[in-house]
Design a binder for this molecule. Structure first.
Ligand SMILES: Cc1cc2nc3c(=O)[nH]c(=O)nc-3n(C[C@H](O)[C@H](O)[C@H](O)COP(=O)(O)OP(=O)(O)OC[C@H]3O[C@@H](n4cnc5c(N)ncnc54)[C@H](O)[C@@H]3O)c2cc1C
Length: 392
């Protein structure tokens, strides 16, 4: 069986590794257009960390590793074309082409701003050595930029339109995170960013100027679907590759994993977009398992864990109470503190059944295994009492 994998990120490297392990007779080729590195640790480059990832473990399993760009996918011929014109045949193809930062079209001058996705982006920050950095966005990537900026001695100014990491944190926890980060020297400006002048000064609301020497936009990503779209694979909302639970696209010999594809939501069983590394890792295992003839798939829960500024921990599993209501649950939540839950945490549950729906925490201490316990409870549809939490 000939398998071609496109992309050197978590999804691509994970797929090549799992396929090599699970399908020993597969002849695997992986192609990526940049040398592999650990993307989610980019901020640590400003602290001197080397993020390069070796591919020796793949090569020792007989995987062929090619540094190049795939420029075309020809489904009828079951082949991909490289930038040098060479073609590679496949029986199965795994697209793990990731995503790119998106710039809001309504943000005038946004296209001149810096972004934070590739090694070259963090290198640019280090080369320019600004004293002040303005960051448009309140996502975890925006906070990574703030962290990276602080590490080179620059003052981060974060422009927040709604609240910090709003899809993953309860509203009070967004406020708590902001309070903790403000203590570390981050300035927060609340309002609607309208324009960025010369890639430096951000205009907020009608006329508030937020000065900086370098402005970043970190407001989300757009899946990289060029190959899939040209080849006519089914997309969800014209925006992301639609896949089934195992990662199979509308073409049964093509899988899509990671930031370019949907996953099946564990609550609604509908395809949703996650765009996080933890999901990419499970998706790559599911694709490999599918090639062995395995019919089931590991569920992909929303799970995010992060540490900002070397000591502010954030954990988020499943749905916040706000997201739960949006998904149609009648939800409630209980505040928790200490006993491994972190300094400030909320457990979200369905009112009627007391079934666990999610958890989020902000803490100066490691939140540790609680997130994993909640994840297990969520997948197994346990009530909160199974986690030792009594709710009325
Ligand atoms: C700063 C930052 C912090 C993050 N922190 C977290 C975190 O704490 N937790 C978490 O879960 N997630 C985090 N993420 C998200 C996580 O990094 C992504 O979800 C993950 O990298 C997705 O992996 P992927 O393999 O799908 O895509 P990518 O990592 O984007 O890799 C795709 C690769 O494919 C290459 N490629 C694309 N098209 C082609 C082509 N035609 N030919 C050849 N190569 C191609 C791309 O250049 C890229 O190298 C973070 C992301 C960033 C930017």
């Amino acid at each position: 069986m000939k398998v071609v994998v496109v992309g050197f990120g978590l999804g691509g490297l994970g797929s090549a590794w799992h396929i090599a392990e699970q399908v020993p007779d597969a002849k695997i080729t992986i192609i990526g257009d940049e040398k592999p590195y650990v993307r989610h640790k980019l901020r640590l480059v400003t602290q001197g960390m080397d993020l390069w990832v070796s591919t020796n473990h793949l090569e020792s399993k007989g995987v062929e590793v090619i540094l190049d760009k795939v420029t075309k996918l020809r489904r009828e011929q079951k082949e991909v074309v490289l930038s040098n014109g060479e073609t590679l045949q496949y029986d199965y193809l795994v697209l793990a082409t990731g995503s790119n930062p998106s710039i809001p079209s309504k943000l005038k001058g946004g296209e001149k701003c810096a972004v934070f996705r590739r090694l070259s982006d963090v290198q640019r920050l280090m080369d320019e050595r600004p004293n002040e950095v303005a960051i448009v966005g309140a996502s975890f990537v925006a906070l990574h930029v703030a962290d990276a900026a602080r590490a080179i001695g620059a003052k981060p100014k974060v422009i927040v339109r709604s609240r910090l990491i709003r899809r993953n944190l309860e509203p009070e926890l967004s406020a708590k995170l902001e309070e903790f980060l403000a203590e570390k020297g981050v300035e927060f400006i609340h309002g609607k960013p309208k324009e960025v002048r010369d890639g430096k000064t951000v205009i907020v609301d009608e006329n508030r100027e937020v000065s900086s020497e370098m402005a970043f936009v970190a407001t989300g990503v757009t899946p990289e679907i060029t190959l899939a779209k040209e080849a006519g694979l089914e997309l969800l909302d014209g925006w992301v590759i639609r896949t089934d639970q195992q990662g199979r696209t509308s073409d049964p010999s093509i899988f899509a994993v990671g930031d370019n594809a949907t996953v099946i939501d564990i609550f609604t069983n509908k395809p949703i977009y996650m765009g996080i590394g933890t999901a990419a890792s499970i998706m790559s295992l599911n694709a490999a398992k599918a090639l062995t003839g395995f019919k089931a798939a590991y569920r992909v829960p929303r799970f995010q864990k992060d540490v900002f500024f070397g000591g502010i921990h954030m954990a988020s599993v499943g749905l916040t109470s706000v997201e739960a209501e949006k998904e149609g649950f009648e939800a409630d939540r209980v505040y928790l503190s200490g006993d491994g839950w972190g300094d400030h945490a909320y457990l979200v549950y369905e009112k009627k059944t007391k079934r666990v729906l999610g958890f989020s925490a902000i803490s100066k201490e490691e939140v540790g295994w609680k997130g994993m316990e909640v994840m297990m409870a969520m997948i197994r549809r346990w009530p909160a009492s199974k986690l030792g939490v009594e709710v009325s």
